[in-house]
Write a protein that binds this ligand. Sequence first.
Ligand SMILES: Cc1cc2nc3c(=O)[nH]c(=O)nc-3n(C[C@H](O)[C@H](O)[C@H](O)COP(=O)(O)O)c2cc1C
Length: 344
Amino acid sequence: MLPPRSVSLVDRARESLPAEVFAYYAAGAGAQQTLAEQEQAWREIGLRPRVLQDVSLVSTEVSLLGDTVASPILIAPTALHGLAHPDGELATARGARKAGCRYVVSMRASRRLSSIAEESGPFWQQVYVLNDRGISDEVARRAAQVGATALVVTVDTPIVARKPAEIPALAWATGLLDVLDGRDPADPRLQQARDLGPPDLRRLHEVSGLPVVAKGVLRGDQALKCRDAGAAAVVVSTHGGRQLDGTITVPAALAEVVRTVGGEVEVYADGGVRTGGDVVRALALGARAVLIGRPVLWALAVGGAAGVHEYLRDFTADLSETLALAGCRSAADVGADLVEGPAS
Ligand SMILES: Cc1cc2nc3c(=O)[nH]c(=O)nc-3n(C[C@H](O)[C@H](O)[C@H](O)COP(=O)(O)O)c2cc1C
């Protein structure tokens, strides 16, 4: 059971998780400036409601890469759910399925992909390009075989930024990282490929046959580069403030990316999205969907599969209410007029 609304989810998670695990999940990179600013960046955008609109029926459905999904709220890929709950990604997958939300499974998952896939229904697979490209390709192929409908290739991580709290020793000691398959985590072949480039996006598309979503762009010209390498969608993201610190904000970047490639590829956004109002802001700036990182980990830690389900159900209900109050009948009905800016 989730706590009453008066008790914050993050506080409950802090109480229930080992301190080093909470610190690892919560951390940002560098001086943590991007992390500190990310939630506020959405709140600074005022909403401009429509009135005298019939909102008797409100739908949160959206179409993503040709599939209709119940909600534009997706679970962002986050590593090592086994540190949050004994059932790890299996619990997350069950919660996501029950809530009708699309789950983007991290390549750093602590459970076998085939087992996660059995619980999740249709899912998207996140992939890091490693020095040993064969490992990344294998994950992409396996994901396609067990039912992934898209590959999310993370493009903002040629190296993993240092953080005040690194992966807890516990993770290695207990062999939680499935992708290692018994290999030594210090093996250079398992490190991020610093020469990650456009050919990787093309190859991952070819080996899997899946549409590729490039995750982690903050500029229009970089989104174009991803499109030219065959990406069908991009995620505007600062990796939750865990990679380059001191970046422009996601809402600012989102507007630029949508202006540049919005007509050609789908654009999603993540980082500090916490309320139905934040989702409406993102949709108004041209995103088709948003991804949610840390709060899902907190819900998993506090309540397992039921916690994830309740969190996503409540979040989608909040979105539905916000849409009605803003005078929108559906997520697709949200337009640029809903927010302040040059368009309004
Ligand atoms: C603990 C943690 C682990 C993450 N692991 C991954 C990962 O394996 N792959 C990836 O592409 N992004 C990863 N991310 C970034 C998320 O996908 C997402 O961009 C970010 O968490 C969104 O911000 P939010 O946590 O404020 O919602 C991770 C984020 C966190 C907090």
